[in-house]
Write a new protein. Structure first.
Length: 122
């Protein structure tokens, strides 16, 4: 993926505000939205690691997530990007105090758009 998306926003910390800003930047460019959707179909873990400045522990938590699980979890996000639907992001900051290295995402689709709740803890 390193060379497939030229206009990808710069890597940023994992906060709700920064994640929402990135999603808004991606959605504002139809071509970029389709490219990001294709990357989500391929391997969301690689895309997330490129979009966010993850700590080593967060990278480890993300890499432990099964590929098929992350693909199916992010399928509604990819669809929303292709269709121009609203995307809302919330990052669970409290999870960072746990000692286990885990990653989880909750995707909700309703009449107002697609909501993504993320927790990549260490």
């Amino acid at each position: 993926m390193a060379n497939t998306i030229e206009k990808l926003p710069v890597s940023t910390p994992v906060t709700t505000e920064d994640a929402q800003r990135i999603v808004d930047e991606i959605r504002a460019d139809d071509e970029l939205a389709w490219q990001v959707a294709a990357e989500l179909d391929r391997d969301p873990r690689v895309l997330l690691a490129r979009l966010f400045a993850l700590s080593r522990a967060q990278q480890a938590g993300l890499s432990r997530m099964r590929l098929e699980r992350t693909r199916s979890t992010f399928a509604p996000v990819a669809r929303a990007l292709r269709e121009g639907d609203p995307l809302f992001v919330r990052v669970d900051q409290a999870a960072a105090v746990t000692t286990a290295v885990t990653g989880s995402f909750k995707i909700t689709v309703d009449g107002s758009g697609v909501s993504v709740e993320a927790s990549i803890s260490c």
